[in-house]
Design a binder for this molecule. Structure first.
Ligand SMILES: [Zn+2]
Ligand SMILES: [Zn+2]
Length: 390
């Protein structure tokens, strides 16, 4: 006789072609954070067709959504989808696969609805992970308030149950100087680009004195209009990351000081653009949820690799992990050694290997959700661990 988990696996396999189509559609139509209108549309259409109750624009965010299965009074388990792309390099973070895995898990659970223990499953569409802090907004709007535990799978080149995430805060600097002809009257100008370059030099020096699990990196967002005009306006954007939030805020202050020093040295005016409202927090580990996920992963025949300590990113799923028990295992959707945010990863996110990883992730998340509904002791352990951990 088939168990519920067998039926979950069969439902995902049955939906495999539809899920792959959904994934490729999102992949081939990359949309930036908060502009994911098509992706949110396709995902909610799919979930609605699978029998989930869909709400669009939740938490006051137009491209966010919630799709629900309700079987009675019980715990609520969240399955998160991301679907924003990167500027210029499209789905090089594989969020099309994240979205499809979450939607696939929701659809598989809807297919076994009659056999589910009492409770609620919510597939939550979380926009703008790449810097926009969609989950931060949804947390503030109360979307996670009634969720007892949540999970999502992120694409990677290996199956890994847990990777630490760094806290991250963005900060932008806008320098204003004075335009003048760069050859005829350079002494009349005040060079805003010099202030940007000096900021980078200051940060480069700061960087050699920081702890190994901190990262500071930036780009020039405006470098002037033409070489024969002393730039009157120039700007740059930095990301400041650290494993420890207190240390991250210390570095944030020092990076601002780097820009202030550059403004002073060049005689430009500085405006600091503050993004501290959408700072991302580190990932709080939850062993109880990771163990349940890992057991289901091995049961469907996958092998996971050990955590890699120096490949450190950041995500607003870290913020979710600070308010409820939450995990973000990594699913293999690319050949070993493929770095994320690369052209190669973008190409990999639309291959049969990505289909395989995505469908497996859908099965494993659906199975783990089933475990959480069926075994109150498991959810209790996850919650107890959450409240004890720092
Ligand atoms: Zn990314
Ligand atoms: Zn990502």
């Amino acid at each position: 006789m088939s168990t519920v988990k067998d039926l979950i696996d069969q439902a995902v396999d049955r939906l495999g072609d539809d899920l792959e189509k959904l994934s490729l559609q999102i992949h081939d139509n990359p949309e930036l954070g908060y502009q994911e209108v098509k992706a949110a549309g396709w995902l909610t259409e799919f979930l609605h067709a699978q029998g989930l109750k869909v709400e669009r624009g939740v938490g006051g965010v137009e491209t966010a959504f919630r799709a629900m299965i309700e079987t009675g009074a019980g715990p609520t388990i969240g399955l998160m989808c991301e679907y924003d792309a990167l500027p210029q390099i499209g789905h090089a973070c594989g969020h099309n696969a994240i979205a499809t895995a979450g939607a696939g898990a929701g659809a598989a659970l809807a297919a076994v609805r009659d056999k589910l223990p009492k409770g609620r499953i919510v597939v939550i569409g979380t926009p703008a992970e790449e810097g926009g802090g969609g989950k931060v907004k949804l947390i503030k709007a109360g979307v996670f308030r009634d969720v007892d535990a949540a999970m999502m799978c992120h694409g990677w080149d290996k199956w890994i149950l847990h990777q630490d995430l760094l806290g991250i805060v963005r900060v932008a600097f806008e320098f204003t100087g004075k335009a003048a002809h760069a050859a005829a009257d350079p002494w009349e100008g005040v060079n805003a680009l010099d202030a940007v370059i000096q900021t980078f030099n200051n940060v480069a020096m700061l960087r050699q004195q920081v702890r190994p699990n901190a990262r500071i990196h930036g780009i020039v967002t405006n470098g002037g209009a033409a070489p024969n005009i002393i730039p009157e306006a120039a700007s740059c954007l930095f990301y400041v990351r650290a494993a420890d939030l207190e240390y991250m805020w210390q570095l944030h202050a020092r990076v601002i000081a780097c820009a202030e020093g550059a403004a002073k040295a060049t005689g430009t005016a500085l405006k600091v653009v503050d993004y501290r409202e959408t700072a991302y927090e580190p990932m709080k580990r939850n062993e109880a949820l990771l163990e349940a996920f890992g057991a289901n992963l091995r049961a469907v025949g996958e092998v996971d690799s050990p955590e890699v300590k120096d490949r450190l990113g950041s995500s607003d799923v870290g913020n979710v992990s600070q308010v409820i028990p939450c995990i973000q295992p990594l699913m293999k959707i690319a050949p070993d050694g493929t770095p994320i945010h690369s052209r190669d990863f973008e190409a990999a996110a639309a291959t049969p290997l990505a289909r395989r990883g995505t469908l497996t992730a859908a099965k494993v998340m659906a199975r783990t959700t089933y475990d959480l509904l069926a075994d109150p002791a498991l959810l209790a352990r996850a919650k107890q661990e959450f409240s004890k951990a720092k």
